[in-house]
Design a protein around this ligand. Structure first.
Ligand SMILES: Cc1cc2nc3c(=O)[nH]c(=O)nc-3n(C[C@H](O)[C@H](O)[C@H](O)COP(=O)(O)O)c2cc1C
Length: 342
């Protein structure tokens, strides 16, 4: 029999114990500890991206967690990438998750592969796991693994975007019996209100929080987000081997967005697929880190989603969160699931 979610709490806010159903999504390399902490402190929840914390921001994992805990007493989450092609990281991911559990983290956002081992570890300590999905097929697999909720990553998202719209994904997952959150294309409060009206319980934002004062990304990256329009977002498989949404800057125009024919063949081949993706994963970690830190001086691979259209300033996380929170419909506020103004 497939494992069942152990939580008897039925809404995202109840499960995670936060004020606003707004996640500052994990972002390699943009999730610096100060950004994660600020999102949680403002009443949403920040998600730690462990590879970013350790390799891009150079915090030993437990020390980074302790830094976050000094900045906020509120819950934070951990992103656990479970894809096999980055197997070099699997043991480290397990170790990071154990440390996070020891340090009191109880919310986990899994991505890419089978989240079963994450669910086992989390549920043993009363934790909650949400899985990033792009279709009903992946949603059902994640539910078989026992996850407590789904983050529906649509075709507007930054990073590895899906190919369905927010509505299509909601319709595909609404009967699955767990809370669903919307990720992708949400740049302002109106965007959020629209997707909540579809039935989602909350949202996960990425790009909006890169253009935040607490994010350590280079100011060229933030300016590029503020200046870009939706039509400037293009998909490239040239960097990570899988389609990834980036801003079409002058150097991206020059370099093109498609992996070469040899790389494509290697990515498809049964025997070569695994090591080619591992190579790309390592390469993209390095390239994105340089772009985010060095700005336009390096090849500007700025990952961002279509929400750039409605992002018009670099603001503090508290201001961004306040604006979003004050537009939350009553049914998506804390009182829906828990206590205060019910
Ligand atoms: C620069 C960047 C890096 C990202 N890295 C990750 C990651 O490491 N793990 C993950 O689960 N999602 C990652 N994402 C996806 C975000 O967590 C979030 O789902 C997405 O950004 C939502 O779309 P939006 O950018 O339109 O708000 C990344 C997104 C961006 C923009």
């Amino acid at each position: 029999m497939s494992p069942q979610p152990i939580s008897t709490k039925s809404t995202f806010l109840e499960q995670v114990g936060i004020e606003h159903p707004i996640i500052c999504g994990a972002m390699y390399p943009c999730s610096n500890p100060e950004l994660v902490a600020a999102a949680s402190e403002a009443g949403g929840i920040g998600i730690i991206q462990p590879i970013a914390m350790v390799y891009a921001h150079q915090h030993e994992f437990r020390e980074g967690l302790k830094l976050i805990k000094q900045l906020t007493k509120k819950p934070v989450g951990l992103n656990v990438i479970v894809e096999k092609s980055v197997s070099a990281y699997e043991e480290r991911m397990k170790l990071w998750m154990d440390i996070a559990l020891e340090e009191g983290v109880r919310f986990f956002v899994t991505a890419l592969g089978n989240p079963e081992w994450v669910v086992e570890k989390a549920h043993a300590k009363g934790g909650i796991v949400y899985h990033n999905i792009t279709s009903r097929k992946w949603a059902k697999r994640a539910l078989e693994a026992g996850v407590d909720g789904l983050i529906c990553v649509n075709d507007g998202a930054g990073g590895h975007a899906g190919d369905l719209t927010a509505k299509q994904l909601y319709d595909e997952t609404k009967d699955l019996g767990v809370p669903t959150l919307c990720a992708g294309g949400i740049g302002d409060e109106q965007d959020m209100t629209k997707v909540l009206a579809l039935g989602y319980q909350g949202v996960q934002l990425g790009t909006r929080f890169i253009a935040a004062k607490e994010c350590n990304a280079h100011s060229d990256y933030k300016d590029a987000i503020v200046d870009a329009n939706e039509i400037d977002i293009v998909l490239t498989d040239k960097i990570s081997g899988v389609p990834c949404a980036i801003i079409e800057t002058a150097s991206v125009k020059k370099m093109g967005t498609q992996a070469g024919p040899i790389a494509r063949r290697l990515l498809k081949g049964r025997k070569t697929k695994h090591w080619t993706r591992t190579y790309y994963a390592v390469l993209s970690i390095w390239k994105f880190k340089r772009s985010a830190k060095e700005g336009m001086g390096y090849k500007d691979y700025f990952q961002a989603g279509k929400s750039v259209e409605r992002i018009s300033n670099v603001d503090s996380v508290a201001n961004i969160m306040d604006r979003f929170a004050s537009s939350l419909p009553k049914k998506n506020r804390k009182a829906q699931g828990v206590t205060d103004d019910a």
